[in-house]
Design a protein around this ligand. Structure first.
Ligand code: HEM
Length: 275
């Protein structure tokens, strides 16, 4: 850029007195003043921003998942595919983000660990909501939110609605597959023989069932990236705190390893053995 260049000569708006600026539109004053380290440790800022940015991406993932569920319910699969692709990309983005957190060593974390008290991602209501929307539902996970009735209510209402996967199964029924409805919506999805057989028929004849076939692969993509997130999380946690208890009170790495066994869409994984 040459010396003395003035972008206003090309029309750049330079005066925002009384007009909406970039920072106004994005609410940057609130976002950029929401970091409040409680210690003097240098790395606490990284820890806070890593969590806050993750929560922003989770917010977008929920926005897309809820819209995808509505579109699937309305039989508009193509727009839903685009949304589910975006959700998988968000998970991928969150996966890359671990590389930043991995630069923090155990001693750097120990410098501010006391400041966290008993707070933990375990209490992330957005993470729990993503699990609930997908279909991994567990009433016990609402309890950490009881002190915030408005958040507990969002989770309680979600657990009573058909999940994303329930909505997908409804599409299969409308396509002529005979799949019994779930008796209890507040439970995780269990393997369902009729659904697995329906998916197997779809995978054996993609040309006939192309949209349902594509829908299944979008869900598998989502779960695939979600599993990688869980794996990256547990590996990063082991690298930073070893086998110490979590700040949220669980056994820590052992709890997170157990969560690696969670399967969101068991039918879609089990059908693969049959093909
Ligand atoms: C130094 C970094 C981190 C450590 C040491 C850590 C540690 C842990 C531990 C030990 C747990 C188990 C619950 C507990 O007892 O606390 C947990 C859960 C969780 N953490 Fe992290 N974490 C870290 C970073 C993150 C980040 C950046 C996120 C992004 C939002 C996150 C999200 C979660 C979530 C959602 C859970 C609940 C998982 C479940 O219940 O399946 N964590 N974390």
């Amino acid at each position: 850029m040459s010396d003395g260049y003035d972008p206003s000569s090309e029309g750049a708006q330079m005066s925002f007195d009384g007009r909406m600026s970039y920072g106004d539109y994005l609410g940057l004053d609130r976002i950029l003043t929401a970091q409040h380290p409680l210690s003097t440790a240098h790395d606490e800022m990284l820890f806070i921003i890593q969590h806050q940015t993750s929560e922003l991406w989770l917010k977008l993932a929920l926005h897309e998942m809820n819209a995808a569920r509505d579109r699937i319910g309305a039989g508009e699969l193509q727009p839903a595919f685009k949304m589910l692709t975006r959700v998988a990309r968000i998970m991928e983005q969150l996966n890359s983000a671990w590389d930043v957190l991995r630069t923090m060593t155990p001693s750097e974390y120990t410098d501010f660990r006391e400041s966290l008290g008993e707070s933990s991602g375990f209490q992330s209501h957005q993470y729990r909501l993503i699990e609930f929307v997908a279909g991994n539902r567990n009433m016990a996970m609402i309890r950490p939110h009881e002190h915030r009735p408005e958040l507990a209510r969002i989770l309680t209402e979600e657990i009573a609605r058909p999940s994303l996967y329930d909505t997908v199964l409804e599409r299969l029924r409308l396509a002529g597959f005979d799949i019994p409805a779930r008796e209890r919506l507040d439970q995780p999805h269990q393997p369902n023989d009729a659904a697995r057989m329906a998916w197997a028929a779809i995978y054996r004849d993609p040309a006939r069932y192309w949209e349902l076939y594509e829908l299944a692969e979008k869900l598998v993509d989502f779960e695939d990236y979600f599993r990688r997130w869980r794996f990256n999380h547990v590996t990063t946690v082991e690298r930073i705190i070893g086998f110490k208890r979590g700040s949220g009170g669980t056994s820590g790495v052992n709890y997170l390893r157990r969560m690696l066994d969670v399967v969101l869409f068991p039918d879609l994984w089990e059908l693969r053995t049959e093909l």
